[in-house]
Ligand binder design. Structure first.
Ligand SMILES: NC(=O)c1ccc[n+]([C@@H]2O[C@H](COP(=O)([O-])OP(=O)(O)OC[C@H]3O[C@@H](n4cnc5c(N)ncnc54)[C@H](O)[C@@H]3O)[C@@H](O)[C@H]2O)c1
Length: 364
């Protein structure tokens, strides 16, 4: 292996420059070029990084610059064609979330990556964040008991997308966290929503995921909210966790609260719910930019051949759930069953895993 991995970033709108900034500071990597369809964006990127070549022609980026890896941060409708060309050109490929516009596209990309021995990774960035790693650790250690319910809210004003609705834009973050924490896929998906601003593109959606053993998750996504909200509640049989990603230091609070039903009672008058109110505590969480950990993990996977935490299989799983949500949305919230055939690609269950990227131990 060469001592540094040559990387190119496609798409320099809102998110691409963040990827570029992080790859620029990683030691085992050289960002050689960026590509964008807009000359205006390229001029801006050249002014920020004069040492990085700015190219408009994607074929030239693939074949004329000498890259080992390509990062795709364009609108979702371009993910499949760009990633396919990148993989066929022999480049390790990191695609932003959601992986592609359909599960058929994801399956094809996985196949091409597999048959060419290339790393295919998807930007489920929150799984690289220290709060989510801490939550996973707490849940895996059994501290909160069995999870009963997860509720997640990701709301703000905009940013309105033109090719995908708010569920495809924002819910991938929540879904990836929920699947990771629960370690299983839902059995059914329901989704309701409305398009208030752009006809045909829902700006408010509510997704429900039903899992085995009556476990349940709800995800509210909105581009029509005056305040920015990034909140998740995880309700366990023994304790509950509130994760507020907008807090600077105290992002996770664990509440020692629960409610129990009496095991036996003779008459209705004897029946009392038992409410337990204990302490709450805030675990210490290291400050670390999740995107930097994600970028480093991609490079490490290229160097070591390790399967990424958020590879093609995880990207496909998420897109299958989004497709089911779109189907349910068209059918006014009717439940859509997910196929049970494929194995759930739970990272936590994988035998080759003992720790999370950046060295956090995995308590399985
Ligand atoms: N992981 C995260 O937390 C996170 C956060 C925000 C966005 N994203 C994802 O990043 C991706 C990009 O989102 P964004 O908000 O930056 O979009 P954007 O519209 O702001 O930027 C997209 C850029 O891609 C360029 N582009 C479009 N088609 C192209 C093509 N065929 N070849 C080259 N350049 C092309 C556009 O000119 C534009 O500059 C999306 O998949 C989005 O879901 C991820």
């Amino acid at each position: 292996m060469k001592d540094s991995i040559a990387v190119g970033v496609v798409g320099c709108g809102y998110w691409g420059p963040n990827l570029l900034r992080n790859f620029k500071v990683l030691p085992n990597c050289r960002v050689k070029a960026v590509c964008d369809a807009s000359e205006e964006r390229l001029i801006h990127m050249r002014s920020l990084y004069p040492d990085v070549e700015g190219v408009k022609d994607f074929d030239y980026l693939l074949n004329g610059v000498g890259l080992d890896a390509v990062i795709i941060a364009t609108p979702v409708r371009h993910h499949y064609s760009l990633a396919k060309a990148s993989l066929l050109a022999g480049k390790h490929t990191l695609i932003e979330k959601p992986m592609a516009a359909s599960s058929a596209e994801c399956e094809e990309l996985i196949q091409i990556a597999r048959s060419n021995g290339l790393v295919l990774m998807v930007g489920h960035t929150f799984l690289y964040s220290t709060p989510v790693q801490k939550i996973t650790e707490i849940v895996q250690a059994g501290d909160i008991g069995e999870i009963r319910y997860i509720n997640s809210r990701r709301l703000n004003l905009g940013l309105f997308q033109k090719d995908i609705n708010v569920a495809w834009d924002l819910a991938p973050h929540d879904i990836s966290i929920i699947l990771h924490v629960l370690g299983e896929r839902p059995e059914t998906v329901n989704c309701q929503g409305n398009a208030h601003v752009t006809p045909g593109i829902e700006d408010i959606t509510n997704i429900s995921l039903s899992f085995k053993h009556k476990r349940f998750a709800t995800i509210q996504s909105s581009w029509l909210e005056p305040r920015k909200v990034r909140e998740m509640t995880i309700v366990g049989t023994r304790r509950m966790i509130v994760y507020d990603d907008l807090q600077t230091l105290e992002k996770i609070r664990i509440y020692d609260v629960r409610v129990e039903r009496p095991p036996h009672y003779d008459t209705f008058a004897d029946f009392h719910y038992s409410y337990h109110y204990g302490d709450s505590y805030i675990p210490h969480i290291r400050q670390e930019e999740p995107l930097k950990v994600e970028c480093q993990h991609f490079l490490d996977c290229i160097e070591t051949g390790l399967k990424p935490l958020t590879g093609g299989d995880e990207g496909l799983e998420l897109v299958r759930i989004l497709e089911a949500a779109s189907k349910s949305l068209k059918d006014r919230g009717a439940p859509v069953a997910l196929e049970r055939s494929a194995e759930f690609p739970s990272y936590l269950m994988r035998a080759d895993r003992t720790e999370l990227p950046n060295g956090q131990p995995l308590c399985v």
